[in-house]
Design a protein around this ligand. Structure first.
Ligand code: ZN
Length: 311
C-alpha cells in the first residue's frame, strides 16, 4: 500500500532531480491496437476494418540516447520494480456512449482515474510524475497534431509537452449503437492503452524505444514497435485489473473486454507493428491478472520476452 504523505514528501526532492533531465517529451504518435486502426478487426457485425495506422510516420527527435542507454531504458526500467497499481476506485462512468459529449465525459473520467492510479507508480519509477496528459476527444477525419497529421478513426498518443491522448468519438458511438457493452469495453480499453503510452513516455521508455526503432530496419524495427505496443496494452490492462472490483470489470463487460483484447493486433496485409491477436491477448491478460494478488508493471516486460511472445 502507499503511504501518500511520505510519497509526496520525497516527491519534492525528486522534482529537483528531474528538472535537469527534462529532455523527454518529444513527438511520437502511438496508435492503439484496440481498434482505432490496425487493431480491432470487425469487432461487431457491420463494423468496417480500419485503415493503417498513420501515427508512426512522425519521426521523433530522440537525441541523447545510444544503443546501450536505450536498451537499458526499455529492458531494465525501474518501472518494472514498482509496487502494485492501486485501484483507482472509479466506477464505470454511468453514461450512454451515444453522443460526442457523453463519450468525452466517459473518457475524461477514465483519464482522471488513470492518472490517479499511475502517478504514484511513475513517481516510484523515477519518472516524470504529476504530469497529466491532455485528452482530445474529436470528431475529425483528419487531425493535425504536433506529432503530424493523423487520418482515420485512430486513437493515439503524442508525447509532445505533457503528452496528449487523442480519441475519436464517432467510432465509439457507432459501436454503442451495435452493442453497448462492447462499446464500453472498447472505450475503456482504448484509453487505458493510450495511457500506457503516457506511462512509457513519463518513464523514458517511449523515447528510448523510438530511438531504437529508428536505428533498426526490417522486422527488427517492427518487433521494436510490437514490444512497445504490447507493453502499452499490458500496462493499460494492469490498470483495468487493479480496479476491476470498483468498476466493475466483471460479467458481461468482462466478457466483452476479453473479446476486445483477443481480437486486437495486427491484421493480414497490414504492417506487423502491434503484435498478433494471440500475443495481444497474452499481454493484456498478463497485465490484467498480475501475480494473482495485484497487478503491476513488472508483468509487462515485453523487452525481456522471447521472440515468439512478441510476434
Ligand atoms: Zn499504442
Amino acid at each position: 500500500m502507499y503511504n501518500l504523505s511520505s510519497m509526496k514528501l520525497r516527491g519534492l526532492v525528486g522534482v529537483i532531480a528531474l528538472a535537469g533531465c527534462a529532455a523527454l517529451a518529444l513527438p511520437s504518435a502511438q496508435a492503439t491496437p484496440a481498434g482505432a486502426t490496425d487493431g480491432l478487426p470487425i469487432p461487431v457485425p457491420g463494423a468496417a476494418a480500419k485503415p493503417a495506422d498513420s501515427g508512426r510516420r512522425s519521426i521523433e527527435a530522440t537525441s541523447g540516447w545510444n544503443a546501450s542507454s536505450s536498451y537499458n531504458a526499455v529492458r531494465y526500467a525501474k518501472l518494472y520494480n514498482t509496487p502494485y497499481v492501486p485501484a483507482s476506485g472509479c466506477k464505470r462512468p454511468n453514461v450512454a456512449l451515444n453522443t460526442e459529449a457523453r463519450v468525452r465525459y466517459f473518457e475524461t473520467e477514465l483519464a482522471r482515474c488513470l492518472y490517479a492510479a499511475w502517478n504514484p507508480i511513475v513517481w516510484r519509477a523515477g519518472g516524470r510524475y504529476n504530469v497529466k496528459p491532455t485528452l482530445v476527444v474529436h470528431g475529425y477525419t483528419t487531425i493535425n497534431t504536433s506529432c503530424g497529421k493523423v487520418t482515420g478513426p485512430t486513437s493515439f498518443y503524442c508525447s509532445t509537452g505533457s503528452g496528449t491522448i487523442y480519441i475519436p468519438w464517432r467510432q465509439i458511438v457507432t459501436y454503442y449503437g451495435q452493442d453497448p457493452t462492447f462499446a464500453v469495453a472498447y472505450a475503456t480499453n482504448t484509453i487505458a492503452h493510450e495511457y500506457g503510452h503516457h506511462v512509457q513516455s513519463m518513464t523514458s521508455i517511449l523515447t528510448a524505444s523510438w530511438w531504437r526503432q529508428q536505428h533498426m530496419t526490417g522486422d527488427a524495427a517492427l518487433a521494436e514497435s510490437r514490444r512497445r505496443e504490447l507493453q502499452a496494452s499490458c500496462l493499460g490492462s494492469a490498470y483495468i485489473g487493479a480496479n476491476k472490483v470498483a468498476y466493475p470489470m466483471s460479467g458481461g463487460l468482462l466478457t466483452q473486454w476479453k473479446y476486445v483484447v483477443s481480437h486486437s493486433g495486427d491484421m493480414a496485409g497490414q504492417p506487423r507493428d502491434h503484435g498478433s491477436w494471440t500475443n495481444h491477448n497474452f499481454w493484456s491478460l498478463a497485465g490484467f491478472n498480475g501475480d494473482g494478488h495485484g497487478t503491476h508493471a513488472g508483468s509487462c516486460q515485453t523487452w525481456a520476452a522471447a521472440a515468439t511472445r512478441i510476434s
